[in-house]
Design a protein around this ligand. Structure first.
Ligand code: F6R
Length: 366
């Protein structure tokens, strides 16, 4: 049942090309010019007249929500907020009929997310669910939604569900953006063409496996890690840090790279490595200076860079290359080496990656 892999987590990491193919199936149409998501298509008026979208979730799903915020802002040009479900439900949220609340949950059973949905519905918002487990409590409670269809996720640390959530959020942002006339046809076609090929691109990204495994040996005994990213990859940094914490029990902090100098930079020394996500995107020049700030304080840097970027070799200690994709899709690809790095570090430390201590696959208590 582990398909020849040592653990469910490794199987689920390597399964991502096929789970994303399942997630995308039938949803990109007209030769990469249109998206069909029945949840959006059947509720066009709600999506057209909405004045704001609020994303609510917990944990890894909340990280996907942060990426969703950027996608919706870029492609729908409308205001978006992201809240932890547990904070939203007790935060007296101001909502009305012009609001759409999108809840994201792999299990569909997370108690705080379910309570947030019930509150949003009571206040008149239209509630849309992005879920994996078919027929779970959340999809039964929401007004409409989309399944990510990545198959059962057994490993407690979420991997394939995260990339499925980000993929569905991309489809949703493109679909709603088109409906609202906020995205031009050329951009829509460009992103959809790249998204349509993402299963093959992830296949390519997974080839860093051996290299990451080797690298993991150098860093298995660090007590603290910093994960840095900007823009689309600030949430990727948070997710990379969470994966490491969950399964290796190493303290790791994810941070927006530019915020580092407002505090966490004090922590950097020879014993604290940083993982910096630096694809060749609109913020590349900015992140280079963040890499230099870490290096000049003696910190080791593992940089995740776009294929062919040799210049970073002169600055960072180690570079891991990922395939080049449009900026909005970089989190999907950059997540792959981060999942593998957390995985191999935990395995080197002899941890049970599928059943990490103190964690449950579905959190049904608040
Ligand atoms: C992280 C992880 C948790 C879940 C969180 C929400 O690897 O698994 O942080 O993401 O408990 O769970 P769902 O998505 O089922 O609502």
């Amino acid at each position: 049942e582990k398909g020849g892999y040592d653990t469910f987590m490794l199987k689920e990491i390597f399964e991502q090309p096929s789970t994303l193919r399942d997630c995308l199936r039938g949803r990109i149409v007209d030769n990469c010019r249109r998206v069909t998501l029945s949840g959006v298509d059947l509720n066009q008026e709600r999506f057209k007249s909405a004045e704001r979208i609020t994303l609510v979730a917990c944990g890894t799903s909340w990280h996907a929500a942060l990426i969703g915020k950027r996608l919706i802002q870029d492609f729908c040009k409308m205001p978006v907020e992201v809240e932890y479900a547990s904070e939203f439900r007790y935060g007296n949220p101001v909502l009305n009929e012009k609001d759409i609340v999108i809840s994201i949950s792999q299990s569909g059973e997370t108690a705080d997310t379910l309570a947030a949905i019930e509150l949003a519905k009571a206040k008149g918002a239209f509630v849309y669910g992005i879920c994996n487990v078919v027929g779970a409590s959340i999809p039964r409670t929401t007004d409409s939604g989309t399944y990510i269809h990545v198959g059962p996720e057994i490993g407690v640390a979420s991997t394939k569900a995260f990339t499925g959530q980000v993929t569905v959020l991309t489809l949703l942002a493109l679909s709603v953006g088109h409906l609202r006339g906020a995205i031009d046809d050329a951009t829509l076609h460009e992103v959809l063409s790249a998204l349509d090929k993402i299963p093959e691109t992830i296949e390519e990204a997974l080839k860093v496996d051996t290299e990451v495994k080797k690298l993991s040996r150098i860093f298995s005994y660090a007590h603290n890690f910093l994960y840095l990213g900007r823009g689309y990859n600030y949430p990727t940094a948070l997710e990379g840090a969470l994966k490491l914490k969950e399964i290796s029990y190493i303290h790791a902090e994810g941070y927006p790279a530019a915020e580092m100098k407002h505090g966490p930079i004090a922590l950097i020394d020879h014993d604290m490595p940083s993982v910096i996500i630096a694809p060749s995107d609109s913020l590349y020049d900015k992140i280079i200076s963040n890499v230099q700030q870490v290096k000049s304080r003696g910190g080791a840097v593992v940089a995740i860079v776009s294929k062919g970027n040799k210049a970073m070799n002169d600055i960072a200690d180690f570079c891991i290359e990922i395939p080049e994709v449009p900026e909005c899709l970089t989190p999907l690809v950059a997540s792959i080496p981060l999942q593998l790095l957390a995985y191999y570090i935990a395995v080197n430390k002899g941890k049970d990656v599928d059943q990490p201590r103190n964690l449950a696959k579905s959190v049904t208590v608040e």
